[in-house]
Design a protein around this ligand. Structure first.
Ligand code: NSS
Length: 432
């Protein structure tokens, strides 16, 4: 008998007569006198363990009788077909050893959302949360594989910064010895700097936004996948985005069928996420919204409600391009063909989920950047290093930021973005 097996291996390749050992946590149990049915969970799945008095030493049988939910155990036994058991097989125990006992588990069925969030450190053991974390790992693996195949270098920008990339309103300020600093809202400006060495770069970092509004799509700390590409315009930038997002989703389709089914999402909907995505201009979107009877004027930013209205019926993501210059950050390139607008694109996920990426071609004209910073009453001093990037060998370039939890929320069909991260940070919560 070789070491320990994982549950999935037992169910996929039942070992026949041979004895096997598994270890994990008690998912649920029920007993009737001389027999205990315990469902055991490990990182790969669940299996029913049948513990019959007489088949193992009495003290071990008593341990099985007393094993509470989430106790950790080691079991040795043989695998037998049983259509009533989850996965179609049961493990008949010849040994049952309690490794770590557990007091009564605080989470039972039908708990309030608040109690689940207070016990997040335990709730993440649930099957739904486990599935979501696996899908996230596959999304990131799909991204990294695609980025590697397409000549992008992964780099490591700082988190402490002295610049606002996305405006002062959502900055987390902190005392940095005798100075003020902020937690990074975006690695973009640093990626722009590193791009001059490596041309195509990306970083996966936490980003921080002091978002005071309680919504189902804002975290105060989220994982940000950001790319910066030399010699690429806004159109090239969108092509990179649709290929990357598609590669991420198709990795999930390949690896995570079971998890996607468990989460109640039809895998066929994910298979359809392939280029080309839709493209519409902001101006066209405003007309479409007005056509739906929504009261919005040209010049207003799109909020969650507007995004929902225009993506509810869609099955693939949509790029919205050319937003009014006033709506967007100082670094976006003014469009010479329509100077009221910038060469940018927000990528909106279908089915009403809305924005998952914000990206743009970057302004290369230093005077325009300085004027826009001045308009926004931002002191230029802290941006001198960034302005140097326009002084020393500036090139056309573009980039974008993808909100990992936003993508995960859409792919897993989650009601609330907090379920896309194991320990959510929101305006209401930074515990546990
Ligand atoms: O503000 S963004 O639209 N754009 C940037 O930060 C650029 N500087 C990125 C770049 O070009 N390198 O944010 C990008 C994405 C956005 O589309 C969301 O998907 C996500 O980051 N995002 C968030 N996710 C969760 N919670 C919050 N609060 C949040 N804010 C942005």
């Amino acid at each position: 008998m070789a070491g320990f097996s994982h549950v999935r291996d037992l169910l996929e390749n039942p070992p026949g007569e041979e004895e096997v050992q598994v270890r994990g946590w008690v998912y649920r149990t029920r007993s009737s006198g001389k027999i205990v049915f315990a469902v055991l969970r490990d990182s790969t799945g669940i299996v029913q363990v049948t513990i019959k008095k007489g088949n193992l030493p009495d003290p071990e049988f008593e341990q099985a009788v007393g094993a509470t939910i989430e106790s950790s155990v080691e079991v040795r036994g043989t695998v037998h077909k049983d259509d009533r058991a989850p996965g179609g097989y049961e493990l008949r125990a010849k040994s049952f050893i309690l490794i770590g006992p557990a007091p009564p588990f605080p989470i039972t069925e039908y708990q309030s959302e608040e109690l689940l969030l207070d016990n997040r450190h335990l709730w993440i053991r649930s099957r739904e949360q486990t599935a979501v974390m696996k899908v996230k790992a596959s999304l990131l693996m799909g991204a990294r594989n695609w980025l590697d195949e397409n000549g992008f270098f992964e780099v490591t920008p700082p988190i402490f910064t002295q610049n606002a990339c996305e405006g002062g309103v959502t900055l987390f300020k902190l005392k940095y010895f005798d100075r003020e600093a902020y937690l990074s809202q975006s690695a973009q400006m640093y990626l722009e700097a590193i791009m001059f060495s490596l041309e195509r770069v990306y970083a996966l970092t936490p980003s921080f936004r002091a978002e005071k509004s309680r919504t189902t799509r804002h975290l105060t700390e989220f994982w940000h996948l950001e790319l910066e590409e030399a010699w690429v315009d806004n159109i090239g930038n969108m092509k990179i985005q649709e290929e990357l997002v598609s590669a991420m989703v198709q990795e999930v389709v390949r690896d995570r069928k079971e998890e996607i089914a468990l989460l109640g999402r039809d895998i066929e909907q994910l298979k359809a996420i392939v280029p080309p995505f839709k493209r519409v201009t902001y101006s066209h979107m405003i007309e479409r919204l007005q056509g739906k009877g929504i009261d919005i004027a040209w010049g207003c930013d799109l909020g969650a409600a507007e995004e929902r209205a225009v993506t509810q019926e869609e099955t693939i993501p949509t790029f919205v391009t050319n937003f009014p210059i006033e709506c967007k950050a100082f670094y976006m390139k003014q469009d010479p063909d329509d100077p009221r607008t910038v060469k940018c694109a927000d990528l909106l996920a279908p089915e009403g989920y809305g924005e998952i990426i914000g990206g743009s071609e970057r302004e290369t004209d230093i005077d325009i950047i300085m004027a826009r910073l001045a308009e926004q009453q931002v002191p230029v001093d802290a941006y001198q290093w960034y302005l140097d990037l326009r002084r020393y060998g500036s090139v056309p370039h573009s980039g974008f930021g993808l909100g990992v939890e936003r993508v995960l929320r859409w792919v897993c069909k989650l009601e609330h973005i907090r379920d896309a991260v194991p320990f959510p940070r929101t305006v209401a919560r930074a515990y546990p």
